[in-house]
Design a protein around this ligand. Structure first.
Ligand code: MIC
Ligand code: SF4
Length: 645
């Protein structure tokens, strides 16, 4: 049971109940929370609904980094609400322009050995500094702010032993892409990845953070590195030496599964369209023309990443057949590049400098042209996420991205013929926290007209007259369920945002998913969503549960449902079920009826749930579902969601 691991040590130190048995729920105390604006408004509305006067964590920070476009008043209305509610509730506030939550949290707040939950799936970035950092839905983060422990499945710990060191032009991004090619995005629910071995000491904290950040794409609970001398130097360079504690696994630590990666064998890789695990060596893509390169996001926009890019771009020119855009991860990074002249090298080469924030990673601008390839240093390339239908987004390291930016086509950076600029981690980062606002604990909460309320569900009825409102396939992401991009500004307005649920599956001239689901709801029946494997991958956005709930969905039935999404469904009173016989997935069709009788009685820990499927031709059959719900989950669902409870 993963004895002697860093994971086990942190869980032991934060243990707040539950069984220490793989897969069983275990509760842990949460030291820190973070939120970002796109999920944060709901999280703080939920915190308000709980009547919590002041947050009870050691540290909570509210960041604004996603919705920065301000086309119309909605986003700025959100910012003002977030700023004022943070001030009133005892939360620090990081305004737009200060940086991406994960990059900033690592620089300024992360502490080895502490627990962190964040309303963003890339919260595991904090694993780079030795934190147990986990992504969750906004409601779970609100509960943690209210001082409640957080429940995770007691993890299976996957140990990854790193040996040797990366060769020039081969990057931390290529390490996580290697991991994705081994483990894929499916089937890792409930695991935590822990890195160890002699190769660890060769990686800087930002490199480690790239690996744990994109570890989210594996579908694991989180990923973590030990806290060692490299961590100490990073914290000292951030003026936070006092926050250092060493934390490493015992030499005889036991892992539930072992993977070996020889860093010297890692080569430049790309995740090809449209899944982070569709990994190929750059050498195989070589010569493919590219229309756009973007460098940035919480995965790859540290000082080292951008300083390396600046050194390569210096006195060179961006290929005229593409555009290169760069979004620094934090103001610290941007200010340092500005102070040492590297920003001038970047601008001089013809790059477009974007605002510090998520930007194009979440479809806020820079959508690529039709039928062109976009190369990005981001962590997700789900279809349509760029804002262009039928997009072709490839995910690469900054090393590969800058090589492509110079040549206009896929180029193995080792073939560039340029000496690899080795960038040492700074001895001292430029520290300027003047944008972080400390809370006063009182003051008015600013609530403009576009700030709604979280809708509250009704208790689960004993008899659910279900109708299948959509049947989808494998690996449906929360981006498929709730698109971001131009719709992101509707995050605080559930009735409006609900209109675009499953928008990518709508067909012209036919009723949209929202219309079909609302019609079922208004007829007094309940919507059922049918998915296949790995349903609900990706983003932690609880809107992927709240909006379907608003449209009357009561059940999601799939072969497997991802962790954060499943927890969000439970929190909003939607029943997540798994087909006991996968063949039933093939039988069930849209518009079929699925009847659950005595459902409240049927729901018990470890017990299957029976339903009757009624096809359009009147034929009936029994369908059996399994679930992974704990006693607490069942209580929440019966009540119609956590807010009711
Ligand atoms: C993402 O990368 O998909 C996001 C946007 O950061 C999301 C959060 C959201 O949807 O607001 C995430 O990763 O959880
Ligand atoms: Fe922002 Fe992209 Fe990171 Fe999500 S993955 S937090 S959208 S930069």
């Amino acid at each position: 049971m993963a004895r002697g691991t860093v994971v086990q040590k942190i869980i032991d130190a934060h243990y707040a109940g539950g069984e220490r048995k793989v897969g069983k729920p275990v509760a842990i105390r949460i030291d820190q929370t973070l939120t970002q604006d796109a999920t944060g408004t709901m999280a703080y509305l939920e915190l308000e609904a709980m009547n919590i006067p002041q947050v009870k964590t050691e540290l909570s920070v509210s960041y604004v980094d996603h919705n920065m476009m301000q086309n119309g008043p909605e986003n700025r209305n959100d910012h003002l609400y977030l700023q004022s509610v943070a001030n009133a509730k005892g939360v620090r506030f990081s305004p737009p322009g200060n940086g991406i939550c994960h990059q900033l949290h690592l620089e300024r707040f992360g502490v080895p050995g502490k627990t962190l939950i964040g309303s963003d799936s890339h919260t595991p970035t904090g694993g780079g500094i030795g934190m147990l950092a986990i992504g969750a839905g906004g409601l779970d983060v609100a509960l943690a702010m209210a001082g409640k422990p957080f429940r995770i499945p007691f993890p299976k710990v996957i140990g990854v032993r790193l040996t040797n060191r990366l060769a020039p032009w081969c990057a931390a991004k290529d390490v996580i892409l290697t991991m994705l090619s081994i483990l894929t995005t499916k089937g890792n629910v409930g695991s935590i990845v822990e890195y160890f071995g002699p190769g660890v000491a060769t990686l800087s904290v930002p490199q480690r953070a790239t690996i744990t950040n994109m570890g989210a794409e594996l579908g694991v609970t989180t990923s973590i590195f030990p806290s060692d001398d490299v961590t100490r130097k990073f914290l000292e360079a951030q003026g936070r030496g006092v926050d250092f504690t060493p934390l490493t696994a015992e030499p005889d630590a036991e892992y539930d599964q072992l993977i070996e990666i020889d860093l010297a064998q890692v080569v430049p890789l790309a995740a090809c369209p449209s899944s982070p695990d569709n990994v190929k060596p750059i050498a195989e893509l070589s010569g493919l023309k590219v229309g756009q390169v973007i460098i940035g996001s919480c995965t790859n926009s540290s000082y080292r990443d951008l300083a390396m890019v600046a050194a390569v771009l210096k006195n060179r020119k961006v290929n005229p057949n593409l555009t290169l855009a760069i979004a620094p991860g934090s103001r610290q990074v941007l200010e340092m590049l500005a102070a040492n002249g590297m920003l001038a090298d970047i601008i001089g080469a013809g790059a477009r400098i974007l605002e510090t924030g998520c930007g194009p990673c979440i479809g806020q601008g820079q959508s690529p042209a039709d039928d062109t390839i976009s190369v990005r240093t981001f962590n997700r390339n789900f279809a349509g996420r760029t804002g262009t239908r039928g997009d072709q987004a490839y995910l690469v390291s900054p090393e590969t991205a800058v090589a492509v930016a110079l040549t206009g086509e896929f180029t193995d950076p080792r073939r560039l013929g340029i000496d690899y600029p080795e960038i040492a981690e700074p001895e001292k980062f430029l520290i300027n926290d003047n944008m972080i606002q400390l809370p006063t604990g009182k003051g008015e909460i600013i609530r403009k007209r576009t700030i709604g309320q979280p809708p509250i569900n009704t208790a689960l009825p004993d008899k659910v007259d279900g109708v299948v409102v959509i049947k989808v396939g494998d690996k449906i992401t929360t981006d498929h369920i709730m698109p971001a991009g131009v719709h992101l500004k509707l995050r605080s307005n559930i009735p409006a945002y609900s209109k675009v649920v499953f928008e990518c599956f709508n067909e012209p001239g036919k009723p949209s998913f929202a219309e079909r689901a609302a019609a079922v709801r208004d007829s007094g029946k309940s919507g059922v969503i049918v998915g296949r494997d790995s349903y609900g991958q990706g983003s932690s956005r609880e809107h992927a549960a709240i909006c379907p709930m608003y449209l009357g969905v009561k059940v999601v039935a799939a072969l497997a449902i991802e962790r954060i999404h499943s927890a969000n469904l439970v929190n909003f009173g939607i029943l997540p079920l798994m087909f006991a016989d996968p063949a039933d997935y093939d039988v069930i069709e849209e518009k079929d009826e699925l009847l659950f009788e005595k459902l409240r009685e049927q729901l018990a820990v470890g017990e299957p749930v029976h339903a009757t499927l009624r096809k359009a031709d009147g034929t009936r059959r029994e369908i059996i579902f399994n679930h992974r719900l704990s006693a607490e989950d069942i209580r929440i669902i019966l009540a119609g969601g956590m807010l009711n409870l």
